[in-house]
Design a protein around this ligand. Structure first.
Ligand SMILES: Nc1nc2c(ncn2[C@@H]2O[C@H](COP(=O)(O)OP(=O)(O)OP(=O)(O)O)[C@@H](O)[C@H]2O)c(=O)[nH]1
Length: 367
């Protein structure tokens, strides 16, 4: 039996099994197996080089990457052509976007790469080479924009969420608070800081046995952790936690009440590409969600260039700043002078571990 059939069989069994206390052990085991097969499906077959020739690859560039995911004809190309310099083909028939069209959004001095992913993740959960690369691209994004059609039912969102979930992409959540370490000897040790509500030692042992892991330390630090969380932790290398903004387009075609209702949902923006509504608010929401830090670098005795910031990730240290200038830069580093909200006094003399804030001014002093 191929992996795809095995996956289908487990999904069928899961849908047929009633959820209750008596079946939770069985369900947990099935979920563990499902995650294992899905992982295998996404791993490139040995010798294939991970590609089928009709590859999909977009070089990462700029300060951050945003990917657009959505069903055909929801308006992804229209949106992309509004916010970026790249012109992409717009047509009123499905599947215009056959290959990816990367564009660059310039905002607050940052260059944000926006990639329109071809189709949805469909192919990937079927183990197709191209779909696999689409998933890999989505996993390198700092933000996913799920573009939805406000005139259609919410099924579109549920289908996309399930697709992303099945390829190991977790939206708007953080890694479960479980410490897990595989060891060479010593058997399996299960501990928790307070009694877990949903996880049991028995189910963790059974799942690990199925994964052929016989020696490991488990420490559950959050009592609300579930079996799904535990499975994510043992498959950690294949799971990516990404922020997602839900974007409802075509609100010109729905009532004001409906637009208002959608706009009030968490992590949601509404827009109409046709009427040019909500686009600037969405761009601002993208910026806020990316949480980038702008730094103005200066030389001694010269005012900083306020129109040309250097952009680094949130919570970056001076070391990261040096690395983004040049990989050897920190070898010659002596100290940094920092002005702005991260400095206790202006300027503060800082070392490599100092964490910078948005709009700080930094002067790097080298030996
Ligand atoms: N009413 C309305 N129609 C829109 C809006 N934005 C886009 N459309 C229409 O929707 C159709 C699809 O737009 P595209 O931008 O090509 O959609 P897409 O998601 O890129 O589609 P694919 O390339 O097939 O994936 C076009 O006919 C657009 O004119 C909008 O805000 N309101």
């Amino acid at each position: 039996m191929g992996i795809l059939e095995k996956i289908e069989q487990i999904k069928l069994e899961l849908s047929r099994t009633q959820k209750n206390k008596a079946t939770e052990y069985h369900i947990g085991l099935l979920k563990g197996k499902l995650a294992r097969y899905r992982r295998q499906l996404l791993e490139p077959a040995a010798g294939s080089g991970g590609s089928t020739g009709q590859g999909f690859e977009v070089q990462k560039s700029g300060d951050a990457r945003v990917v657009l995911i959505g069903f055909p004809s929801v308006g992804k190309s229209s949106f992309l052509s509004k916010i970026t310099k790249t012109k992409s083909e717009v047509a009123n028939y499905a599947f215009t976007t056959l290959t990816s069209v990367p564009g660059v959004l310039e905002y607050h001095g940052a260059e944000i790469q926006v990639v329109d992913l071809p189709g949805i993740i469909r192919g990937a959960s079927q183990g197709k080479g191209r779909g696999r690369q689409v998933v890999a691209t989505a996993k390198t994004a700092e933000l996913i924009l799920m573009v939805l059609d406000a005139t259609k039912s919410n099924d579109q969102r549920e289908i996309l969420e399930a697709e992303l979930e099945s390829v190991g992409i977790r939206l708007n959540c953080s890694k479960p608070n479980i410490h897990f370490r595989v060891k060479k000897t010593g058997g399996i040790k299960f501990n928790s800081t307070s009694p877990p509500t949903y996880l049991s030692e028995k189910i963790c042992y059974a799942i690990l046995k199925d994964y052929k892991i016989h020696n490991a330390d488990i420490l559950v630090r959050d009592p609300e952790c579930t079996v799904d969380d535990f499975i994510d932790i043992i498959n950690e290398d294949h799971i990516t936690y990404v922020k997602c903004l839900y974007v409802y387009n075509k609100v010109d075609a729905v009532s004001l009440e409906e637009t208002d209702r959608l706009a009030r949902e968490p992590q949601t923006c509404v827009m109409s590409c046709e009427l040019d509504l909500g686009i600037t608010d969405l761009v601002e929401a993208i910026w806020k969600n990316l949480n980038l830090t702008r730094l103005y670098t200066k030389r001694r005795g010269i005012l900083p260039k306020l129109d040309d910031p250097m952009v680094v990730r949130h919570d970056s240290s001076i070391e990261k700043v040096c690395d983004s200038i040049h990989k050897d830069f920190k070898n010659g580093f002596k100290y940094a002078l920092v002005w702005g909200s991260s400095a206790k006094h202006s300027p503060q003399k800082c070392g490599l571990s100092h964490i910078v804030h948005d709009e700080d001014v930094v002067q790097l002093v080298i030996k």
